[in-house]
Design a protein around this ligand. Sequence first.
Ligand code: KIV
Length: 272
Amino acid sequence: MSTQTDTRKTITIRRLAEMKQAKEKIACLTAYDASFALMLEKAGVDVVLVGDSLGMVIQGEETTLPVTIEDMLYHTQCVAKGLENALLITDMPFLSFTSEQEAVLNAGLFMKQGGAHMVKLEGGVDQADTVSALSRNGIPVCAHLGLQPQYVHKIGGYRVQGREGAAAEQMLSDALTLQQAGADMMLLECVPELLAREITAALDIPVIGIGASAGCDGQILVLYDILDISLGMRPKFSKNFISGCDGIQQAIQRYVAAVKSGEFPGDEHVFR
Ligand code: KIV
C-alpha cells in the first residue's frame, strides 16, 4: 500500500498556519499506542492527539476525570514511538493545570519525557493566564472550547455548547482572548455550525472541529469511533470509516481523504 510519509513535510505549527492560509484541510485523529500511531503516520494524518478520551476508550471509565499525568505520559511515550512527521499533542488531564506553575511542570514533562510537541487544555478565558505562562515557556498550546468533557458534572452532561446568543458571544470572545494569550491552535467540540464558522474566520490560528462542521480548518475524531470499536453509542458527529474497508489502514486513509476533500463532516454530523 502506498503511503504519504515519503513525500510530506514534518508538521509544525508554522506548517499548520500555512495550511489554514492555503485552505488545506488538517486531518487529526487520536491515538494511544505505537502500532496505531504508525498507521496514522502512514495514512498521512497531520496531527495526532493523545486524548484523555483514553480514560473511556482504553480504561473503560465513564468520564475522562480519573485520567492521571502518569497515564498521559505513558501513552504519549508509546504514541511518539510510532510517529515520524505528524505533530503530537498531549491532553492536560483533569486538575493537572490548577496553577501556572503546575501547568508548566506537567506540560514540560509531556514534552521532555513524552515527546509531545504541543499540549491541549480545556477552558475559556479563565485559562488565559495559564496559556500565556505555557507559551512564555516555549510550550505550544491548543485551547479547547465548546463542550469540555472535564466539566461534565459542572455543565450537567454532554451537550452542544454556544447555542444561545450570550453563550455564543462568550465563546467567540474566549477564543480571541486565548489566541491573544498565545494559543497556537483551537479545538471546538460540539459547536453549532454558524458559530464554528464565525470563530474559524475570526482567528488567525488553525481551528480544528469535532462536531463543529466542515467550516473549521481541520477535523479530529476519536480513532476508536471511526473504527467502530465502541463501548457505547457512537456520537452523532462521528462516522464509521471501517465499514466496507479491507482493514484498519484503509479505514484511516479514507478518513484522511474525506477530511482533506471536505466530504467529512457531512450535514448529518453537524449541529445547528
Ligand atoms: O480527549 C480527546 O480525545 C479529545 C477529543 C475532543 C478529540 O479531546
